[in-house]
Write a protein that binds this ligand. Structure first.
Ligand SMILES: [Zn+2]
Length: 403
């Protein structure tokens, strides 16, 4: 007798192995951070019907909204392959500017429209569909598949992935490898896997002067002169030349504030802020030390300044290209005909938290319209991602069987 759980068909108006229908259903849940919007409830229903053990922990923290999350697992042996993502979305923005319903999930000319269609309900839905199709076809497959889904990625990211990972770890969950379904492709499904991310460090610089009359500068000390000198010193030499998998680190001055309304007054103080996206040459500590060194040298005894380096949880990290990255790249190449680039570009993501528990790579749909008016995802890309993920799961667990 076949033990395939297809007989326990869920009471859903669609087949969850259809990534397009599942994306539509998710897009129709108005889950703007921090609202759950029905999205996690939908995933819980879908996964429970397939035999997953599903949990929906809610996390709290003073001064931030409570946020619901979801953890689901099928199988009780190692290895545990984790699929991570988020169901929350950014606000619609100017609703009148949308040409389709932001939470309608309309399909027109081969594209599925709605907030979150590409970032990242589409990617998550395609991976859920693939995991379900894989387990239905391989009910006795070795190992486990787990879903780590947060509703707090687009918000403060306090009550989301960080706490969900700790919560799971506390329960004894151990993860072997993870794929995070963020939209990594610039234009086509074969473009890009992210195998790491740069770190982010923000600094605030204050230069102290002495206020006075512009006609009597010898009685004053203009802090803008010192600030210009310090900022030039920070920017004068590149921080590094890049590394094997990373672009050079980059510093951008993001604001320069004096706020002086009078043209005949030398101001008392000048403030500036900058942000650095740094590669694996640096840790936040070594980078802060280098900044201090540059400032000290440029200031000499003339410029009175303070540098405040803000604490950061975004350090640069890399998942070394090896068998796991190769399995992902192989699956993409087999389905699309082209091998994807291994990249570490872009902003930060929840991968920076996951990497503390297991190797993580990021791959999803095409991100061209994320956070935009008329956000959409190509239906063909959803189908492609479902097939790629299915192939990835099949070869991942086959490799474990041989190992
Ligand atoms: Zn996202």
């Amino acid at each position: 007798m076949s033990a395939a759980p297809t007989s326990s068909a869920p009471a859903l108006p669609f087949d969850p192995t259809d990534p397009v229908a599942l994306t539509q259903a998710l897009v129709r849940c108005p889950s703007v951070t921090p609202e759950e919007g029905g999205a996690l409830a939908l995933l819980a229903a879908v996964l429970t019907a397939e035999g997953y053990d599903v949990h929906r922990p809610v996390f709290s923290e003073p001064c931030t909204p409570d946020v619901e999350n979801l953890y689901a697992r099928i199988g009780d042996t190692a290895p545990v392959f984790v699929i991570a993502g988020h169901t929350d979305v950014v606000p619609v923005g100017d609703a009148a500017a949308w040409t389709r319903e932001p939470f309608g999930g309309a399909i027109e000319n081969g594209a599925l429209y709605g907030r979150g269609a590409c970032d990242m309900k589409g990617g998550l839905a395609a991976m859920v569909s693939a995991a379900i199709r894989y387990r239905r076809g391989n009910p006795d497959a070795p190992g486990s598949i787990a879903f780590l889904v947060t509703g707090d990625e687009e918000g403060p990211s306090v009550n989301g992935t960080v706490k969900l990972l700790a919560w799971a770890h506390e329960r004894g969950e151990r993860f072997d490898h993870c794929i995070l379904g963020e939209p990594t492709n610039p234009a086509a499904m074969s473009d890009m896997i992210k195998i790491g991310r740069r770190g982010s460090l923000t600094g605030k610089l204050t230069v102290q002067g002495t206020q006075g009359h512009v006609g009597y500068p010898h009685l004053a000390d203009n802090p803008i002169r010192g600030m210009v000198r310090l900022l030039a010193a920070l920017d004068a030499t590149p921080l590094d030349g890049g590394t094997t998998h990373f672009d050079p680190s980059n510093l951008e001055v993001t604001t320069l504030d004096v706020g002086n309304p009078a043209t005949n007054v030398i101001p008392a103080q000048a403030k500036a802020a900058f942000n650095i996206r740094f590669n694996d040459t640096w840790t936040p500590e070594t980078l802060a030390a280098e900044l201090e060194r540059r400032l000290r040298e440029a200031a000499g005894n003339q410029v009175r300044y303070t540098l405040e380096v803000q604490p950061t949880n975004a350090v640069a990290f890399l998942t070394q290209p090896g068998p796991f990255v190769a399995i992902v790249a192989d699956a993409i190449e087999t389905e699309t005909g082209k091998r994807p680039a291994l990249s570490t570009t872009g902003g930060t993501s929840d991968a920076r938290f996951i990497k503390d528990y297991c190797p993580v790579v990021e791959y999803g749909v095409v991100g061209k319209t994320m956070h935009q008016i008329d956000e959409c995802v190509a239906v063909a890309d959803l189908v492609s991602l479902e097939r790629i993920t299915h192939r990835l799961l099949a070869s991942y667990f086959a490799a474990q069987r041989q190992a």
